[in-house]
Design a protein around this ligand. Structure first.
Ligand SMILES: *[C@@H]1O[C@H](CO)[C@@H](O)[C@H](O)[C@H]1NC(C)=O
Ligand SMILES: *[C@@H]1O[C@H](CO)[C@@H](O)[C@H](O)[C@H]1NC(C)=O
Ligand SMILES: *[C@@H]1O[C@H](CO)[C@@H](O)[C@H](O)[C@H]1NC(C)=O
Ligand SMILES: *[C@@H]1O[C@H](CO)[C@@H](O)[C@H](O)[C@H]1NC(C)=O
Length: 275
């Protein structure tokens, strides 16, 4: 529902530290790291899981870089795979525009996180593996919740209890990505919900309720941080990172020109923050 034209993400730092753990390949084969990303329009590059797979020279598989993104042009997955990468990275991007955490809690536009996880389990995770990734050289990232909160924040009933329910379902899916060594996710990056109450689309739709959305997002994000800690504590050998998109977006939106954007509210044109 909301998309972003240009987002200077720091995910590359995380990707690099995963890369640092790669064992030396035999002979002259280049070292490769793998990135499995899950999410919504902020993440999608239009990848079809059972079509052309990522390979050296075509690191996003299909469509080729920059792919078919939510805001047009490059997004963080493409940028960090191809432009800011410090090693060779092959990215399997399962993100789909309009995706939500659980289709029984919030209606998705098309697919939801469980569909994305199924595509991974049926594709790249399946033995014999279609790609030779290992637990050590793979990063799993999840950026979801934007549509879930944007489509429900104004409803009656405890939003805090609903956030708990969303996060319970969210981490049931994440657990599937690391449940066994066959699937084997060990490195996990989580991205929290950005301040969408500052997005032009939301400002237009809900002018009187922006503070409510802000409170709901902040509540969800603080519960997400706690949930990530619990996930790491409960799964031996798992390493987690949280990228605080909420704070990063606010920093840029408070000083848009400093970061090369026209202002903090224009959208859809080159130089605009919002796509
Ligand atoms: C790819 O998977 C989708 C479901 O995700 C299915 O509808 C489609 O038929 C599959 N395509 C091929 C070529 O197997
Ligand atoms: C970054 O990725 C591109 C595309 O796969 C690749 O051509 C380039 O060599 C990579 N950069 C480094 C430093 O490995
Ligand atoms: C919430 O509850 C109030 C009072 O019962 C009602 O007037 C309002 O329509 C409800 N709003 C939604 C979105 O259900
Ligand atoms: C944009 O920036 C101005 C001035 O810095 C601020 O007053 C305004 O609230 C910001 N608007 C949004 C949508 O963030």
């Amino acid at each position: 529902m909301l998309s972003l034209r240009a987002l200077p993400l720091i995910v590359s730092l995380v990707v690099s530290s995963v890369t640092a753990g790669i064992t030396e390949p035999p002979c002259d084969e280049p070292k490769v790291a793998y990135w499995f990303s899950f999410g919504d329009s902020y993440t999608t590059t239009g990848f079809t899981w059972n079509s052309t797979l990522p390979s050296i020279g075509n690191p996003l598989g299909n469509p080729a870089f920059p792919g078919d993104t939510g805001g047009g042009g490059e997004n963080y997955v493409g940028f960090d795979t191809v432009t800011y990468n410090k090693s060779l990275i092959l990215s399997y991007d399962y993100g789909v525009g309009g995706a939500v955490i659980d289709p029984t809690l919030v209606a998705p536009l098309t697919l939801a996180l469980p569909d994305e996880v199924t595509q991974f389990l049926e594709g790249a995770a399946k033995k014999p593996k279609t790609s030779p990734w290992t637990s050590e050289d793979a990063l799993f990232s999840v950026w979801i919740g934007i549509n879930d909160l944007g489509n429900t924040f104004y409803l009656n009933g405890s939003r805090s209890a609903f956030a708990d329910l969303l996060l319970e379902r969210y981490f049931a899916q994440v657990q599937q990505l690391c449940v066994s060594l066959d699937v084997g996710g060990r490195n996990f990056l989580f991205i929290n919900v950005p301040p969408t109450y500052r997005a032009p689309l939301i400002i237009g739709f809900y002018p009187t309720q922006l503070n409510l959305l802000k409170t709901v997002i902040e509540g969800f994000n603080s519960k997400l941080t706690a949930k990530v800690k619990a996930f790491q504590a409960q799964n031996h050998g798992v390493t987690t990172w949280v990228w605080d998109a909420y704070t990063a977006f606010n920093i840029v939106l408070d000083s848009p020109q400093k970061y090369g954007f026209v202002d903090n509210s224009s959208y859809g044109e080159p130089g605009d923050f919002w796509g």
